[in-house]
Design a protein. Structure first.
Length: 465
């Protein structure tokens, strides 16, 4: 598979076992990329990138569209692979594979529109060029392995770069398959390589390699901080999409039935393993009891079970270790609304809404990354904004109100990169995505995605005699 460069006589690198989160059973073993193999991959990628950048923009766009078409022909296969390695519900997994396709198509449309500017200057002409960076390292997380891999890779390729993708060690299978499909579509050998392996070995080698011009990382704030520090020594470009603790603000004038019906999947989608999960439900005190009464049956109605079943709303957590971490946030005696979850093998945890927490309790302030939310009351608009901003994160959030003025005031006042009014939608490939504060640096997706993988070169041409 692309990304593996085995040297004759070299010891076989360590392997990672991939487990099915719904059963705990091993479904594959994948070789881990060594530091030497990362170095070889960077050299191969650099050579491929020079040819790619020199190709006519129309040819690059055509190949990316062909890559999208090949992905489209393998949607079901990729989705089933995602169910098996990540425990995603089959409906979500199909959406994710479709998102890869759509993003490749969208990025292909930008190849021939990556224009510079002509700036008025006395005595000559001044023009700018957006030039590719070279080799880009994309480090993707385990919670949305396919789409987030494409968020970095598709625009980077479209802007004329080569991409080295390191998937999370628990979820490498869809990434490896995408690399095969890229070759099948006709992308040049070495241009898009997948390097499975552990963060401290493979990831670190990618981050510190002098031949890698930029790192795109999605994951925890702690790891993102460490990557940023390592990139700083080489003044290496970074885009970081890190943690979140997003509020779901429900005002008394909202359509409470709709707000309560929408609340469960705003933090239970992907079993809560989502940096945009609305895990702090802030409810105006006047309607707090009414909202909880509406929320309880909505939580109980969530179907948790076999992710391959079309009727399932929520699947398992990614691993046994992660389940223990999630459990550690929920006090044994905490008052809560709880849903059901399967018994037996697999990494299951029930939907849980904690109702009696102090605003500074860990489950109310830290990223749990599981199917656990806290409900907190607020008094007025000012108090809602104060509570919403009382966190080091600022990735996403929602507010529910019928008052358009309030919707705009509160949206402008909440320090977060992606806000939704009467909706929980955060991610669209055609709009920018990213966070304030410790939720990250830079933006992915949207009309500016390609430009984030370029350097601006300014050229002045004198016309004086």
């Amino acid at each position: 598979m692309p990304g593996h460069h085995h040297t004759t006589g070299a010891p076989h690198p360590a392997e990672h076992r991939v487990l099915d989160p719904a059963t705990g059973a091993a479904v594959a073993t994948v070789p881990a990329t060594t530091e030497d193999q990362v170095d070889a991959a960077v050299r191969t990628a650099a050579a491929a990138q020079r040819g790619w950048a020199a190709a006519a923009p129309a040819d690059r766009a055509r190949l990316l569209r062909r890559f999208a078409a090949v992905v489209d022909g393998h949607i079901e296969e990729l989705a089933r692979l995602e169910v098996r390695e990540a425990g995603h519900t089959i409906g979500n997994a199909r959406w994710e594979a479709g998102n890869v396709r759509d993003l490749l198509d969208y990025a292909a449309g930008g190849v021939e529109r990556l224009t510079g500017a002509q700036i008025p200057a006395p005595g000559g002409i001044d023009v700018t060029f957006l030039e590719p960076l070279g080799v880009v390292g994309v480090i993707a997380p385990w919670n949305f392995p396919m789409p987030i891999a494409a968020w970095g890779s598709a625009p980077a390729l479209a802007a004329g770069n080569a991409v080295l993708l390191k998937p999370a060690e628990t979820t490498p299978l869809t990434a490896l398959r995408l690399a095969e499909l890229a070759l099948e579509a006709g992308l040049p050998e070495g241009l898009f390589q997948v390097l499975p392996g552990a963060g401290p070995v493979t990831g670190d080698a990618l981050v510190t390699h002098p031949g890698v011009a930029k790192i795109v990382f999605t994951g925890s704030t702690a790891v993102g901080t460490s990557i940023m520090a390592k990139c700083a020594t080489a003044v290496k470009r970074v885009t970081l999409e890190l943690g979140g603790k997003s509020p779901n603000i429900v005002f008394a004038d909202a359509d409470l039935e709709r707000a309560a019906a929408a609340a469960p999947m705003s933090f239970l989608d992907n079993a809560g393993q989502d940096c945009c999960a609305r895990t702090r439900i802030l409810v105006q005190r006047d309607v707090y009891d009414r909202f909880l009464a509406l929320l309880e049956p909505a939580i109980a109605a969530v179907t948790v079970g076999d992710p391959a079943d079309e009727a399932t709303d929520m699947g398992p957590l990614i691993s046994a270790a992660h389940r223990e971490r999630v459990r550690s946030y929920v006090p044994d005696d905490a008052p809560a609304l709880r849903g059901g979850a399967p018994e037996g093998p697999g990494f299951w945890y029930p939907p849980t809404v904690l109702t009696g927490l102090a605003p500074d309790a860990p489950a109310a302030t830290e990223e749990v990354f599981g199917p656990v939310a806290a409900v907190l009351p607020f008094t007025d608009e000012e108090d809602a904004v104060r509570l919403a901003n009382a966190t080091p994160y600022g990735l996403s959030g929602s507010l529910w109100t019928r008052d358009v003025g309030r919707a705009l005031r509160v949206s402008r006042a909440v320090a977060a990169g992606n806000l939704s009014v009467n909706s929980h939608s955060s991610v669209r490939y055609w709009t920018p995505f990213g966070g304030y504060k410790r939720s990250g640096i830079g933006r992915e997706l949207g009309p500016g995605a390609l430009a984030a993988f370029t350097e601006t070169k300014n050229v002045f041409i004198s016309t004086e005699d």
